[in-house]
Design a protein. Sequence first.
Length: 266
Amino acid sequence: MDFTGKTIIITGASAGIGRALAIALSQKGSNVALAARNEAGLQDTAHRCRQSGGQAIVINTDVSDPLACQQLIEHTVKAFGQIDGLVNNAGTSFISRFDEISDLSIFEKVMQINYLGAVYCTHAALPYLKQSQGLLVAISSLCGKTGVPLRSGYVASKHAMQGFFDTLRIELLETGVDVLVVSPGFVATEIREKAFKGDGTLWGRSHRDESHATMPLETCVDQILRGMSARKREVIMTPKGKLIPWAKLIVPRLVDKMARRTIANP
């Protein structure tokens, strides 16, 4: 996939992976449509994209609202005339033991943003992606591959995302639309600082040592770009992540213990 002149929508583009990916795509000559709820963050991302030589538009979008997702697609087509790629990156996290949760509505919030937001945006964009024989990208997680303690709601949303896009890939065979699922591990972003607690409030800080066993943001984005360029079906970013599906078949109890040790300090 040559990114020059391509129009790519990125949700969750106000910070983290979304912002870094948008800037990298702009450097490669893409037109980017930036979507998120944080207007100030979006404007900052757009400024950096334009400084990098690309064209960027800002579309304030709550992906949990189907109408907002439809408007995101319509505004992008109006601005650039086509859609060549959709990166479903918007997401939130949730850190709590299940038996300590007092507000079960958090499960709905996380599912609406992480999973249904991707469904809504994809449904609205698909006719245009078929026209351009474009690329669908789902930024999932290694949590979409296995259970992880303290992340029950987040893991459920990423399993749903994985299943949806794996199914869609099969349905879209011979349409020219490719589907890439990206599964990062721990990446140096602010997502854990903005994660929900079991009572529905936000943590406000990360409980991990972000300098330990955490992938630099630039490394993550580089792997995503290479996966998009090659129109791969999947990018799993860590050796441990690549081992998990096989290990679960052979030594599932060991995989559970590894997950528990990894999240000993949430």
